[in-house]
Design a protein around this ligand. Structure first.
Ligand SMILES: Cc1ncc(COP(=O)(O)O)c(C=O)c1O
Length: 365
């Protein structure tokens, strides 16, 4: 079976180093908010070109903390996309705010024109741009439009560790960037984890307090905080994996290029290639009218695929509300029945990628 994603392969690629640090942390007797987390925060902020980083328990929490740190709360409106992991939107509802959805471009990222239209219609408190599948959203345009309306931008970077827009890391454009370290991500832990990055000291200080019960000083809550900390084991493992992130992203790009070169005769829409962005291919997503047919035949040939995501958030029971959708979400609604994520992880062998291409070509020809 060729898997669609394979976090076990990522562990085995670095097993010796990971096992060593796991023992080191276990022996240390210090498991929460210690040297490993603080060192990883420093290393990740340097890697990502931000002044500050805050290790938290998940990507969803990173988004919630970013929203709370900039004062988003009950009754506020937050503009984002509906074609995303529901986590983007659950962070908005967790702070008591409401999502306002805008459409996506054919590269699956937020449509700047619709953003401008939405900002003309509503007084949004913040915009969340999602760099989906490893493809950076158009941060030049999005930042310029948001600045015109004096609205801050949070970047959801859960699927785009190391991706570049115009030579700059995603997560370094907006007021905060939020990363997930869910095991299948480009930088994946062996459990849950997340990171908020920012170069805004006030946002950092506010989020840091909220991360641990609202404490500035131990046992004294200044604000009503939560518990969302990146544990020492995950931080130590992520420090190892961060050293290899660039290399594993390059491996993903190599696999993507193989797909581009060898699937070219089929009736597929490919991921958009933009010269201004460096896509890190968290997913390699193709589009076809025959998605279900292709998926079931690939499954018969022992090739795993996935659909990210089968139902846009605004069509899911928890978020069905016409108030959240003032504008037509044409691409969002059209693409969800056509998209298919092919196998994509750095440890896929050349032979396996070739098998996927042969199988897709033979099914669609
Ligand atoms: C786009 C996006 N945003 C947010 C998240 C939330 O991350 P986590 O699962 O670590 O809470 C994810 C992870 O699935 C994601 O893909």
């Amino acid at each position: 079976m060729i898997l669609q994603c394979n976090p076990k392969a990522s562990y085995f690629a670095h097993k010796k180093e990971i096992d060593e640090v796991v023992s080191r942390v276990l022996d240390s007797g210090w498991y929460i908010l210690g040297d490993e987390c603080f060192a990883f925060e420093r290393e990740f902020s340097q890697f990502n070109q931000n002044d500050f980083a805050l290790g938290v328990a998940s990507g969803t929490d990173a988004l919630e903390l970013a929203l709370r740190a900039i004062g988003v709360g009950g009754g506020d409106q937050v503009i984002t996309v509906s074609h995303t992991a529901v986590a983007t939107v659950s962070a908005i509802s967790r702070v008591g705010a409401e999502p306002v959805f805008v459409d996506i471009l054919d590269d699956y990222t937020l449509d700047p024109e619709q953003l401008e239209m939405a900002l003309k219609q509503i007084k949004a408190k913040v915009v969340i741009a999602v760099h989906l599948y490893g493809q950076p959203a158009d941060m030049d345009l999005i930042m310029a439009i948001a600045e015109q309306f004096d609205v801050p931008v949070i970047e959801d970077c859960a699927q785009s560790h190391g991706a570049l827009f115009n030579g700059k890391k995603v997560g370094s454009f907006g007021i905060a960037g939020c990363f997930s370290f869910y095991p299948t991500k480009n930088l994946g832990a062996i459990g849950d984890g997340g990171m908020l990055v920012t170069s805004n000291k006030e946002v950092y200080e506010a989020a840091k307090i909220i991360r641990q019960y609202g404490w500035k000083e131990r046992y004294i809550s200044e604000v009503q905080g939560i518990n969302s900390r990146l544990d020492e084991l995950q931080a130590a493992i992520l420090r190892i994996k961060l050293k290899y992130l660039q290399q594993s992203n390059q491996q993903r790009q190599k696999i993507a290029q193989f797909y581009f070169d060898n699937l070219s005769d089929t009736h597929l829409f490919f991921p958009a290639k933009r010269s201004i962005t460096e896509h890190v291919f968290h997913q390699f997503v193709v589009r076809t009218q025959n998605r279900d047919y292709l998926q079931s035949h690939l499954s018969d040939k022992q090739i795993g695929t996935a659909v990210h995501y089968p139902k846009p958030v605004h069509q899911q029971p928890a978020y069905k509300n016409p108030k959240f959708c003032p504008l037509p979400l044409t691409n969002t609604e059209r693409f969800c029945s056509q998209i298919l994520s092919l196998p994509m992880y750095p440890e896929l062998s050349d032979n396996e990628v070739a098998k996927v291409c042969n199988a897709v070509n033979s099914i669609l020809s």
